[in-house]
Design a binder for this molecule. Structure first.
Ligand SMILES: [Zn+2]
Ligand SMILES: [Zn+2]
Length: 247
């Protein structure tokens, strides 16, 4: 009459990340193979996403994209968007990936080597996040399987990688919440004699390369015209593009 002793209490091991039961040949793992595969896919896509994000951020800051020479123009080529700038900056994607890399290295019992040029110790994910990301992702891809098998907090990192991937995709998707940013006021002269300027608040959307004044309907289309707009604003001592997001 005795019940089998363990059955009621026994819990089949489950993946920490998706909570699905593990297959028999997955026992001992912390995360299942499908979670590993999905994470692998996201990591494979991240370098491309980040490269686009990085270039976009440089255009927003008014710097030329890497490789186009060292002198940056102070005029942003496209209006800045906070989410893109944040993800591409020090403290963005590079710093978040570095936290995962450091946690895995610790879990695997490896030393965390400080980056050094022989003289100074520096943090490349803070100084050159664009370059650091490639190396971080390479490390994560190589060590993903081992982390899924042996690292007990892997579920948090699987979730963090999912979030980073989603944030980068969303920031680059022009159809998703097109960010509107204030880019100063309209410099168009409406009345020459009295030097009366339109001065309506201009906003730009990242989903379009055209800026249209809501008052005088003047449009500026594309890089060159935006630069002309910026110049006209500065010459007239009018407010220009800042980093303020429009409500
Ligand atoms: Zn899973
Ligand atoms: Zn106007």
């Amino acid at each position: 009459m005795s019940e089998s002793p363990d059955l009621a209490d026994y819990e089949w091991p489950a993946c920490l990340a998706c909570h699905q039961d593990l297959w028999e040949d997955e026992t001992g793992r912390y995360a299942c193979r499908p979670c590993e595969n999905r994470t692998h896919q996201r990591l494979t896509e991240l370098p491309g996403l980040f490269a686009r994000l990085h270039t976009t951020a440089q255009l927003m800051r008014g710097a030329r994209p890497a490789g186009a020479g060292t002198s940056g123009s102070p005029t942003p080529a496209i209006p800045p968007r906070i989410d893109v700038l944040n993800l591409a900056s020090a403290g963005g994607v590079a710093t978040r990936l570095q936290a995962i890399e450091d946690a895995w290295r610790k879990a695997f019992g490896r030393r965390i080597e400080p980056a050094s040029d022989g003289v100074r110790i520096f943090a490349p994910w803070r100084t050159t996040p664009g370059r650091a990301v490639a190396g971080q992702i390479e490390f994560l891809i190589i060590n993903l399987q081992r982390a899924c098998e042996t690292y007990e907090s892997i579920d948090q990192d699987i979730e963090e990688i999912r979030r980073i991937h989603a944030e980068c995709s969303n920031a680059l998707n022009p159809n998703q919440r097109p960010g509107r940013v204030k880019i100063g006021v309209c410099p168009v002269v409406l009345d020459d004699e009295n030097e009366l300027r339109c001065a309506a608040q201009l906003t730009a959307s990242t989903s379009s390369f055209t800026v249209r004044c809501p008052n005088c309907q003047t449009t500026w289309d594309g890089n060159e015209e935006w630069k002309a707009l910026h110049r006209a604003q500065r010459e007239a001592l009018l407010p220009t593009a800042g980093l303020t997001t429009a409500a």
